[in-house]
Design a protein around this ligand. Structure first.
Ligand code: CDP
Length: 222
């Protein structure tokens, strides 16, 4: 079996990276890896086991019982921990509110980074698109195609607000700003590293963004 082509996509919250990466994977018949889901799953596991997310050692210890499973087929996406399906639960605001706390712990990042590299290497598809915050820089810096997907703050807030009708626009905007600020202390996902192609989706429709991303992938991997 030949080594799968790895495509790395990073970007801030609301840039559309999850839906765009999934759609691009479908077009190319590639696998899709949502790395943010793993950080969210750790946050879910921490809360589910009554672990204090502020207690770094307790969070690290909780990884011993973290049986993680994620679907990498863009048409069969699921997230499980210890066989419990948490695909929907990890999107809850209570998870979003604590995820940055667990994501800043270096041992957690190392642990999940190793897991991502393992998942990427073992895909049976011709390639895999992995998206997150540090994929272009830390997890897969040697990937042949690396993309930073950005959008203006206004566009990102508007998109996230549309996904979360139960929250006011102000609540969504301030939570997003706070999370971006916390996350950017850990990874720089606002500026493209050397060799990383920026796709700015501010004035693009969803379809145009997918096409732009697929075009970069094709040009870098053919
Ligand atoms: O979709 P959204 O951008 O809201 O978030 P996500 O991709 O589901 O990621 C959730 C959280 O996981 C982020 O806020 C980061 O704290 C963390 N994360 C990370 O630290 N590194 C990654 N490669 C991916 C996510």
């Amino acid at each position: 079996m030949s080594t799968p082509i790895v495509v790395a996509i990073d970007g801030p919250a609301g840039s559309g990276k999850s839906s765009v990466s999934k759609a691009a994977a479908r077009k190319l018949d590639f696998a899709y890896l949502d790395t943010g889901a793993a950080y969210r799953a750790v946050a879910w596991h921490v809360l589910n086991t009554g672990t204090n997310p502020e207690d770094e050692q307790a969070v690290i210890d909780s990884l011993e019982e973290f049986g993680y499973d994620i679907g990498t087929d863009p048409d069969n996406y699921y997230v499980k921990v210890n066989e419990i399906d948490i695909t929907e639960a990890i999107r809850e605001v209570r998870i979003t509110d604590v995820v940055s706390k667990v994501a800043k712990i270096p041992v957690v990042r190392q642990y999940l980074g190793d897991l991502f590299r393992h998942i990427m290497a073992s895909t049976t598809k011709p390639g895999i698109i992995a998206e997150g915050r540090d994929i272009t820089t830390v997890v897969a810096p040697d990937a042949p195609a690396r993309i930073l997907l950005t959008a203006s703050e206004e566009a990102r807030m508007a998109r996230r607000s549309a996904e979360l009708p139960q929250q006011s626009q102000d609540q969504t905007a301030s939570a997003l700003r706070a999370r971006d600020a916390a996350d950017s202390r850990v990874s720089d996902f606002m500026t493209a590293a050397d060799g990383v192609v920026t796709v700015d989706s501010t004035d693009f429709s969803y379809e145009q963004t997918i096409d732009a991303v697929v075009e970069v992938i094709r040009s870098r991997t053919s």
